[in-house]
Each structure stands twice: as structure tokens, then as C-alpha cells.
Design a protein around this ligand. Structure first.
Ligand code: ZN
Ligand code: ZN
Length: 360
């Protein structure tokens, strides 16, 4: 079967690989759609350090082809969306409905037992984030799949596996934005647009999109942004001006920059919250004056995978899509065949795509 394999930094290709049968607790999924995310690119270019060679892919939807022993939650024929963080159901975090911090989430490049079912030229290779689903088929842990409504198109369902959940969840779950509140979103790429959609669903009165690209801010308006601010001028000053000098209730950093965290912090009101969604470089940091914290009551909070309890949240997001409250279709700029993966990554890198999706 075909799979997109990262061989070494800045070298990837579409390869014919072999896939072993699912073991106990594992599921064979025939992929129907795989989203191409910035994190896939980060593995290719080395921003995220990963065991290589590795099959890429961590956002997708498909059909269960076969299940290993002891699998009870899905059956052949089910339509499933994949989660790149497992829900083991037993650890401290999973028992508290916080599986986005599941103790099994370790970057070893294998399935739960640390080995993978994929081999290239007779040698086992890694898979990305328990999935490696930029491939015609994948074997994944049962702890990483959830059945979804069969009426939903695969390419829309696929997006819920990463970008949508990360963005919408940051707004409605991590921050728990309330009706009537004011929000600023720094960074209006795919995830930022989903933070904007989430804030809109939550009933925010004012959603201020902040981006250097006027084009991206125009798109942001169509997803629910009420105002736009170009950070070429200090963004926090314009945000204060747009909120009667008060600042926003919630500011979201969706780029992954310490400097922007500081800008978000300055943009929030007294008792306001800054939510960190973007993943920056490991050596980046931010500075907040210690005395300011007690006197302003401000909060800084991280958001991983939109605080998703994915077995509940993926179907919930797809319900919102069916109701017309969540727009997934317009997030997809174009689709590709798996052979067109190199072109898809070029388009991602050049900023052409909100989301590119491989369909099989
Ligand atoms: Zn992703
Ligand atoms: Zn767990």
C-alpha cells in the first residue's frame, strides 16, 4: 500500500510499504481522507523532532476494515475519526475526562506497545502520533478511534481529528467563552479560524482577528470575526481602543511565539485570560512582570488538543457541522491524491491552503 514517509529531515516521498495485521486492541482502518497539517510539515523540516523514518499523518477519517482481538468499541464497516492522542481510559487524566493528557501519549513513534505495524523494505518504521494515516490503510490503537455518523463526508470528518478540535475546543472548552464576551485571536490560519468559529458558537459579542495577512483577516471575517487588527501597529493598543479601553475577556495565541503571548496578555482586561494554543520552538519563552499578576488577576492557560475528550467531542463537533453551526467545508482549500502529497506540502508551505486534504 502507498504511504507518505519522512525518511530524514527535509526528505520525504510516497512509498510502497507493508502493513501487518492488527494485534489485540488494534484496528485496521481503510483511510478515506487525511488532512495535511502544519505538524506533518514540522516533522519533515525538523521543527518537531521525531523518530525517522516515519509514516506521516495524524488527522483523518476512514472505515474500519478489521479489528484485532479484544476490540469492543468499533466494528468492521464503522466510519471512524482518528485521534492522535490515545484515551487509555485508565490513567489519572483519562479517569478525569482529560484524555488529552493521557499518560500513554509518548512520542516513541509506535502504537501503545511502542512498535509499529508498518515496514519499508522489510524493516519496521515509525508512525506519527500512534496513527501514521497519510497512507491507504493504517493500524491504530482502539484507544485512538471513535465511530461517527455515516452520513458525514469523510473529508469534513477528517478535519475534526486535529485542527477543528484544537481551535474550537480552545474557545468552548479550555477558555469556556461565554455569550456576550470579547475575544481576540492572534493568528488566523486553519486553527485560528476554528478558534474564531468556536468563539462565535459560544456567543461572543466581539471577535477581533489579528494577523499580518490582510487576506487571512478577510477570510476570518467570513468565519465570524467582527473586527480585524494588523499587528504592524501594536495590536494591544488597537484592541484596547476597540473595547472602550478595557481589553478583551479572552486572547488566544495561535502562532506559537513568546512575543505574541506578551501581546495577548497586554490585550486582555483585568481578570482576563490568555490562552496558548500555538506550539512554538522549544527555546522560545515569554516574560510577564511578576507584580502585575496579583494586581490584575489575569490568567495564562495552555490548551492542548482543545481539551478534547475526543470520544464525546468528535461526534459533538460533527453534530454542530450537521446543524450548520460549524463550517468544515470552507476550511478545505483543495483535495489531492496521495501521489500529489509533495505538491500538497508545497502548497501548505507557501500559505496557499487553509487545509489541504488527501482523498483516496
Ligand atoms: Zn495537526
Ligand atoms: Zn490515559
Amino acid at each position: 500500500m502507498k504511504a507518505v514517509v519522512a525518511h530524514e529531515i527535509n526528505k520525504f516521498s510516497v512509498e510502497n510499504v507493508d502493513l501487518a495485521e492488527p494485534k489485540a486492541g488494534e484496528v485496521l482502518v481503510k483511510m478515506k481522507a487525511t488532512g495535511i497539517c502544519h505538524s506533518d510539515l514540522s516533522i519533515i523540516n525538523g521543527t518537531i523532532s521525531w523518530k525517522l523514518p516515519s509514516v506521516l499523518g495524524h488527522e483523518g477519517a476512514g472505515v474500519v476494515e478489521k479489528t484485532g482481538e479484544l476490540v469492543t468499541q468499533v466494528k468492521p464497516g464503522d466510519h471512524v475519526v482518528l485521534s492522535f492522542i490515545p484515551n487509555c481510559g485508565e490513567c489519572y487524566s483519562c479517569l478525569r475526562s482529560e484524555p488529552y493528557h493521557c499518560k500513554e501519549n509518548k512520542p516513541h513513534g509506535g502504537l501503545l506497545d511502542g512498535t509499529s505495524r508498518v515496514s519499508l523494505n522489510g524493516k519496521e518504521i515509525a508512525v506519527m502520533s500512534f496513527l501514521g494515516n497519510m497512507a491507504e490503510y493504517c493500524v491504530v490503537p482502539e484507544a485512538c478511534v471513535v465511530s461517527v455518523d455515516k452520513e458525514i463526508e469523510f473529508k469534513a470528518a477528517a478535519l475534526v481529528g486535529c485542527g477543528v478540535t484544537t481551535g474550537v475546543g480552545a474557545a468552548i472548552k479550555t477558555a469556556a467563552v461565554e455569550p456576550g464576551s470579547t475575544v481576540a485571536v492572534f493568528g488566523c490560519g486553519g486553527v485560528g479560524l476554528n478558534v474564531i468559529q468556536g468563539a462565535k458558537i459560544a456567543g461572543a459579542a466581539q471577535v477581533i482577528a489579528v494577523d499580518l495577512s490582510e487576506e487571512k483577516m478577510e477570510i476570518a471575517k467570513t468565519f465570524g470575526a467582527t473586527h480585524t487588527v494588523n499587528p504592524a501597529n501594536p495590536a494591544h493598543k488597537e484592541i484596547k481602543a476597540l473595547t472602550n479601553g478595557i481589553g478583551v475577556d479572552y486572547a488566544f495565541e495561535v502562532v506559537g511565539s513568546g512575543k505574541l503571548v506578551e501581546a495577548c496578555f497586554k490585550s486582555t482586561r483585568i481578570n482576563g485570560s490568555t490562552i496558548l494554543v500555538g506550539v512554538g520552538r522549544a527555546d522560545d519563552s515569554f516574560t510577564i512582570n511578576a507584580m502585575i499578576m496579583p494586581f490584575t488577576g489575569k490568567t495564562i492557560k495552555g490548551s492542548l488538543y482543545g481539551n478534547a475528550n475526543f470520544k464525546v467531542d468528535f461526534p459533538m463537533y460533527l453534530d454542530l457541522y450537521k446543524q450548520g453551526k460549524l463550517d468544515l467545508d470552507r476550511l478545505i482549500t483543495r483535495t489531492y491524491s496521495i501521489d500529489e502529497a509533495p505538491e500538497a506540502f508545497e502548497d501548505l508551505e507557501s500559505g496557499k491552503n487553509t487545509r489541504g486534504v488527501i482523498v483516496y
